[in-house]
Design a protein around this ligand. Sequence first.
Ligand code: NAP
Length: 501
Amino acid sequence: MTARATEFPIAIIGAGFGGIGMAIQLKKRGIESFTMFERAAEVGGTWRDNTYPGAACDVPSHAYSLSFEPNPNWSRKFSPSQEIQSYLLGLVEKWKLRDHLRLGTEIREARFDDRSGTWTLRTDKGDSFTARVVISAVGGLVDPQYPAIAGIDSFRGEKMHTARWNHDYDLTGKRVGVIGTGASAIQVVPAIAAKVGHLEVFQRTPAWVVPKLDGRYSARARELFARYPLLLRLSRGFKYWMSELFGPMIFLDAPRLSAIGERMSLKHLEAQVKDPELRRKLTPHFQFGCKRILVSDDYWATFERDNVDLVCEGIREIRAEGILTSDGVLHQLDAIIFATGFELGLAKAPFPVYGLDGRSLDAAWSAGAVAYKGMTVSGFPNWFILMGPNTGPGHTSVLVYTEAQISHALQAIGKLRDEHLKYVDVRQDVQDRYNERIQGRMKYMVWPSCSSWYLSPDGSNHSLYPGFAFEYAAGARNFHPAEYRLATFESDQRTTTADAA
Ligand code: NAP
């Protein structure tokens, strides 16, 4: 390694799955010159924040973990949130990442200096940090979204969002309302139903639910996975390829395929709910896959309980005593749980980011977030995004995408260091062509046919990848210099293979 290479500071912003995965891969390559910035007091991202009763991953554990850090010890086929957080904390200790961490430090602004080829990151502490490369691993679904319901602040009881659970509040015997019927709600509802006095679930849109088929891994199974890593790899591979096989049923606008999923879900509903009127209310009206497919063995069955009611009338307002619905009924409540999702982080830059010639990322994204393969944005050199625009899956583990992005960024870092380049900046024409293709494919996908957090207010989709995970990963994992403008210190000119061609 040259002296110059050892002076190659890298900033990782965010210490969730993406940031931790990136840090491990840097360590594996002997690169120690990185700093991780995390605004919260601990690492973990989603799995630090989502601690509500029943919180778990709806992607199988063996697939929802880093392929380069397999874990034979998952207790269940679908891991509880706490166990995933323990896994991440274990990785931080194993790879001694604490030495690189600046917890409780929020980046407030990033600015690129063309002359030195460095990014200056300004923190909320008033200090700044200079980096040659920035890995933006801030996550897409982080900040809780509270609905715009009149009177929301007037409620006198306990109010909490699923992603900000108040563990000091005892729900035992209480009258509780849950607003929302998405992926978080269907986990929290069955988990608290037996404990609360009375539970009312306020449903605006019924969702498609399929069986989870969850279960414990026996001690023997875990022992076998530990002793024979190949078994664990086979289990992971099986789950991954099964999700790819079912993928088109979930992401394509193909009514015949959707009908297969819908039939499976309706059979599940029939098995769980005896009352035809209740079944009717719980039956979705949108095409399978248009919103996230929910996975649960006990959500629908919870409505069979005497102390649980489904409320389908719209919410008119929230009052001091509870929720007033459009039929004029005031539902008296002790606590309201908002299972109402997240602000879409990708709707804008996470903080002001200024690239070449002072251009702002928010301006570059004014018509929607775009990036080459969801990772790099023209005019923002040496800036790599993990879980960026159009890299979310509706059908499989997001980590497949993240690992490809980590590989791409690592190769770019290798190129920058080995060839003493000042920066790499994705070519505008390459980025534009890529995004035209991505947006062109959207018309074959099911997502435009209903409203969901996947869509921007104008109906465009800058969240999900329209295709298979293997397809994305194969195209994204390698860094191709010809797709980038490569600037050197020596000539100080932004020459590229393409410019030269
Ligand atoms: P979500 O999918 O956005 O669901 C929010 C729910 O709140 C929807 O049912 C929505 O109804 C309802 N809602 C919003 N505003 C409302 C209002 N004013 N009145 C009544 N209802 C209202 O949020 P989420 O369940 O937290 O899930 C978000 C994403 O997080 C998921 O799609 C997934 O990507 C991720 N997640 C993953 C897991 C996992 O296991 N891997 C678990 C939880 C979450 P409408 O449908 O009518 O808008």
